[in-house]
Design a protein around this ligand. Structure first.
Ligand code: ZN
Length: 457
């Protein structure tokens, strides 16, 4: 659905016009010679963001939902979120962008291009936070995207493709806005209550969205030329290595299992040791097995038992039931499946030996989302040209970019999180690292606009 990207011509039907425009873009890119309408290819190579102004944007935004610990609680749909969004929309207008809110509550700021019917290049992030979160998760990418738009405006840049800053709605509790944008949000989802108890549809209305028009928020493959997101790493790899830029390989897939082991709850004083069916004992062995199996193969896969509930949970009763979670993450779904194919039979053997039974449920898995190889090359090339060292790494956390990857070539730029701390008021990224990331974003956007991805759009 690309209803809002209206072609300026009525003589040809829009689809014909769009495909012609896209073909022209691709052709000019291949020939290495700009089309008549385009700016010269190397325009803006020396342009840089204003680091001090970017730091000020972040500081100004941090007022909305500021908490005593020095962080922010700007949970989606809260008054702080509503006020923060209004502030950000003003900031976007100040950067020369045409601002609109889509039916699922995403904010877009558009710079119409010389080819207004061409698929837009999107870049941005989110400004909602977890409860008692920090001032960098989402905010760095959002404020940098606006700063990039401001620089393009000040330099009088004549973009070819439409450029759009995207501020996705409700990233933290389920990627609501980006899922709506790619068509992965259903009317049933809209009826379900959000964390604040109100149905999602009502919450979206509070942000100026129009959930009745859900279908109009959806975008098919090809409707977006490319998506770029700058984000803090949220882990400690870049900080520990002293490397300023991360080129994200992809966002890991997640398999989440709810496991229940049943034994027999009996008197802890009168039941001899050889007559017990202790569910916790079996669960404990499984916890150790998960850790051992996940470590046993090379790679960056992770496996965690993060919750364990024992019933009846009394000091003088042998645990009759233990329910726990097993979470496996990796960039490759096959790795996750192969780990589970070893964990599952071993868990069964443990349970049997302990005289217990086991059942488990796998929640709908989050599939891994790989970044586009051309986008990775673009980001690495830009970092090289800026003299910034870079490292390829996976994202262990989820991002809106994983949804965008379903419909467009997607790339992500990471900057260091000091100490690898995130989702905490202690989350911190250095101003120089933020400015470096924003400069990579600026240059990557310019190059995308001047040279369409081979076989892209
Ligand atoms: Zn985030």
């Amino acid at each position: 659905m690309i209803a809002e990207y209206t072609a300026p011509v009525t003589a040809v039907d829009r689809r014909t016009f769009v495909s012609a425009a896209v073909a022209a873009l691709a052709a000019s890119g291949r020939a290495g010679r700009p089309a008549a309408a385009a700016v010269p290819e190397a325009t803006g190579r020396t342009w840089r963001v204003d680091g001090a102004r970017l730091a000020r944007r972040l500081k100004d935004l941090s007022r909305f939902g500021a908490n005593a610990q020095g962080g922010v609680s700007r949970v989606a749909f809260s008054p702080a979120d509503v006020e923060g969004r209004a502030f950000v929309m003003e900031m976007m207008r100040g950067a020369g962008l045409e601002v609109r809110v889509d039916p699922v509550g995403n904010i877009f700021g558009r710079r119409t291009g010389l080819l207004p019917a061409a698929a837009p290049i999107l870049f941005g992030s989110h400004i909602d936070s977890v409860p008692e979160g920090g001032n960098y998760d989402g905010d760095v990418g959002s404020m940098s995207a606006i700063e990039v738009a401001q620089v393009l405006g000040e330099k009088g840049y004549r973009n070819r493709n439409p450029l759009e800053v995207a501020i996705w709605c409700d990233e933290e509790s389920g990627l609501t806005g980006s899922r709506g944008f790619v068509g992965d949000l259903t009317t049933e989802d809209l009826a379900r209550p959000s964390r604040n108890g109100a149905p999602l549809a009502e919450n979206i209305r509070r942000l100026g969205g129009d959930p009745e028009r859900l279908a109009e928020a959806r975008h098919a493959k090809g409707a977006v030329a490319a998506y770029l997101e700058l984000h803090i790493e949220q882990g400690g790899t870049l900080d520990a290595a002293g490397i300023p830029i991360g080129v994200v390989e992809g966002i890991v897939g997640i398999h989440h299992y709810e496991v229940t082991v049943r034994g027999f709850a009996n008197h802890a004083g009168t039941t001899p040791m050889d007559k017990r069916r202790n569910a916790l004992l079996a669960a404990s062995e499984i916890v150790l097995a998960v850790d051992r199996i996940v470590r046993s193969v090379p790679g960056r896969q992770v496996g965690t038992v993060g919750r364990l509930v024992v019933r009846p949970g009394a000091p003088n009763v042998i645990p009759g039931e233990a329910s726990f979670t097993i979470e496996l993450r990796d960039l490759k779904a096959e790795t996750i499946e192969s780990l589970w194919s070893r964990i599952e039979p071993e868990a069964r053997a443990i349970v049997e030996r302990q005289g217990c039974t086991m059942e488990y449920v796998l929640s709908p898995p989050d599939r891994p989302a790989l970044t586009d190889a051309r986008m990775r090359d673009l980001i690495a090339g830009v970092a090289d040209d800026l003299g910034l060292r870079h490292l390829s790494l996976p994202s262990g956390a989820g991002h809106d970019a994983q949804e965008l990857a379903r419909i467009a070539p997607m790339g992500m730029i990471f900057i260091p999180s000091v100490g690898g701390i995130s989702h905490s008021p202690k989350e911190y990224s250095r101003p120089e690292d933020i400015a470096n990331g924003a400069n990579v974003l600026l240059q990557a956007v310019l190059r995308l606009d001047q040279k369409a991805l081979e076989a892209g759009s």
